[in-house]
Design a protein around this ligand. Structure first.
Ligand code: CP
Ligand code: NVA
Length: 310
């Protein structure tokens, strides 16, 4: 089992062993970082980071992560790259493969990332598409493991938009044997193909997947409550209509009461307080949102080292 040289495009591509290999390594790297022990596993290596959408966490955690691993990262805004002026993705892939050791990309179309990976001869890491956000889901479930001590048989409840975030959470929960209940307004359910993929993994792991439109039923006995913005990047034009459609799909104190007493509350951030989550809950004792944000760094360092180290 080796991740070396592979792409990281979707959690669905990983085996359960590979997911735990990343978690185990992230734990080691996190401890080394906290202890101030050097861990320059990517000395002399470079990562090209293509951004077609905004970012705070992803950009900073990948850039700092590469630095801590002894390498360097290049921030490549697609506004400035020739790709933004129509240079084919397949040409960009082959050119960058001659300069850098890995490519991280955040963009709209998931197909574009798959095309980039097909033509690149170096590992490509998906840092969010309209379809998936696998790095975030890995950091989230690593955080759940830290807080709960185990994953199998635990229940994650996602309330809100059936977007890239819940798609990757479906993939990972089904792989590791966590139950996942999703509550969205009827017209905003998760991608049907993703739900089918998760169902295949769930059969093997024993995870139970429930897709509902009732947030209270979904939250019942949850170990983890999760939400994300109602209008993702690219959907800003739908903000007003979505605000109406998602009324009632907020993680707040009433929802918290339906979950287990020691439930942890997660959000990938950035958050819109008063919309998908109430201010008192995101700031309250159950919230672990900043642990999640921190773990982006440690988990992505593990992913990069496993993919890119000699
Ligand atoms: N959670 C997340 O991916 O944050 P950014 O958009 O700030 O990178
Ligand atoms: N679903 C959100 C996640 C942001 C990290 C988006 O795509 O904008």
């Amino acid at each position: 089992m080796s991740l070396k040289g592979k792409d990281f495009l979707s959690v669905n591509d990983l085996s359960v062993d590979e997911i735990y290999q990343i978690f185990d390594f992230a734990k080691i790297l996190k401890a080394k970082q906290k202890a101030g022990e050097p861990h320059q596993l990517l000395k002399g290596k470079t990562l090209g980071m293509i951004f077609q959408k905004s970012s705070t966490r992803t950009r900073v955690s990948f850039e700092v992560g590469m630095w801590q691993l002894g390498g360097m990262a290049l921030f490549l805004s697609s506004n400035d790259l020739q790709i933004g002026r129509g240079e084919p993705v397949k040409d960009t892939a082959r050119v960058l493969s001659r300069y850098v050791d890995g490519i991280m990309i955040r963009t709209f179309s998931h197909l574009e990332v798959e095309e980039l990976a097909e033509h690149a001869t170096i590992p490509v890491i998906n840092a969010l598409t309209d379809l998936l956000h696998p790095c975030q889901a890995m950091a989230d479930i690593f955080t759940a493991l830290e807080h709960k001590g185990d994953l199998k048989g635990r229940k994650l409840c996602y309330i809100g938009d059936g977007n890239n975030m819940v798609n990757s959470l479906l993939h990972i929960c089904a792989k590791v044997g966590m139950d996942i209940s999703v509550a969205t307004p009827v017209n905003y359910a998760p991608d049907a193909t993703i739900v089918e993929q998760a169902a295949v993994s769930a059969k093997l792991s024993g995870s139970k997947i429930t897709i509902l439109d009732d947030p209270f039923a979904a939250a019942k006995d949850a170990d983890v409550l999760y939400t994300d913005v109602w209008a993702s990047m690219g959907k800003e034009g739908e903000q007003a209509i979505r605000k109406q459609a998602f009324a009632g799909f907020q993680i707040n104190n009433a929802i918290l009461q339906a979950a287990k007493k020691d439930t942890i509350v997660m959000h990938c951030l950035p958050a819109h307080r008063g919309e998908e989550i109430s201010d008192d809950v995101i700031e309250g004792p159950n919230s672990v949102v900043f642990d999640e944000a921190e773990n982006r760094l440690h988990v992505q360092k593990a992913i990069m080292a496993l993919l890119m180290a000699d």
